[in-house]
Design a protein around this ligand. Structure first.
Ligand code: ATR
Length: 275
């Protein structure tokens, strides 16, 4: 039976993951099948069990199942434990019994860090601002702090959520949280992890927040630049959308499943053309 992989979501029909993983499989010569599965909202665990019974070896997990998938895992990576969510499930044995265990990881943060680096952003010693304090932001803080920025400020519409989030990660580095009114000074990279772009909204930000040559990164992407990226360009920053993060997190999942690192550049280029 061919090794099967999928992305679970709800909705999931517009997911780009099947195309990305098909390209990775072709490039690396891995014989796998990767599909999109819309799991029922009330029975993610059942959908996963059925998938495994039909040859499933691993999966990506997207909204709204990342926390439920986390609870399903027998073993978790440290970064997944810190994120409280997983986007990658890996089925494997330990060689001691026939029972297959579920291992969970989250590759979103690694994907973000790799994409920032690809765009020439030096994270070590940088002043970072991250907008938002939901699951998307929680999932990227550990890999960002591992790069040892000079400071990382989490700013959110609901200040208390940013403060609580920063407190959870304080042992890992220079991190603080607050409302948008706490955004004072200049930043080398500003990462938008709010869902404001979906509604066409812009978080209220002070005009002079970008340091010279600063990068503005939106974890969202689309055929057109987001409101945040348009605003950032008007204020002198270099804009980058989240399409590269999507491809990089997929590459890390693929590596965990198959032990091969795909070349993300051509895949990203093709995906960009298809938007
Ligand atoms: P996700 O899993 O995508 O992170 P989430 O957990 O619902 O989704 O978090 C959404 C984030 O976007 C939150 O930080 C939210 O701010 P609040 O905590 O104050 O709700 C932020 N957000 C959503 N819409 C926003 C808007 N119009 N302006 C500013 N922030 C917004």
């Amino acid at each position: 039976m061919i090794d099967r992989y999928c992305v679970f979501g709800h909705p999931v029909t517009h997911s780009k993951s099947p195309a990305i993983h098909a390209a990775f499989a072709e490039q690396t010569g891995e014989a796998i099948e990767y599909t999109a599965i819309e799991a029922p909202l009330e029975d993610f665990a059942g959908a996963w069990r059925r998938f495994v019974a039909e040859g499933g070896r691993g999966a990506n997990v997207t909204v709204p199942f990342k926390e439920e998938a986390f609870r399903l895992c027998d073993t978790l990576s440290l970064r997944a434990r810190r994120a409280g969510a997983v986007n990658t499930l890996i089925l494997g044995g330990n060689g001691l019994s026939n029972e297959l265990k579920i291992y969970g990881d989250t590759t979103d943060g690694v994907g973000l860090v790799r994409d920032l680096k690809r765009h020439g952003v030096t994270l070590a010693g940088a002043r970072l601002l991250v907008l938002g304090a939901g699951g998307a932001v929680r999932g990227v803080l550990e890999p960002l702090l591992a790069e040892e920025p000079a400071s990382l400020l989490v700013a959110n519409r609901t200040a208390a959520k940013a403060e609580a989030l920063a407190a959870d990660f304080r042992e890992l580095g220079e991190i603080a949280g607050g409302g948008f009114d706490a955004v004072v000074g200049q930043f080398d990279a500003v990462i938008n992890g709010t869902s404001a772009s979906l509604a066409g909204d812009l978080p209220p930000l002070p005009e002079g927040l970008f340091a010279p040559e600063a990068t503005a990164y939106d974890m969202m992407y689309g055929a057109e630049p987001t409101v945040f990226l348009r605003w950032a360009v008007e204020h002198g920053a270099q804009p980058v959308d989240g399409l590269g993060m999507l491809v990089e997190q997929a590459a890390e999942s693929f590596f965990q499943w198959r032990g091969k690192c795909p070349d993300t550049g051509p895949v990203l280029k093709a995906l960009r053309h298809s938007l």
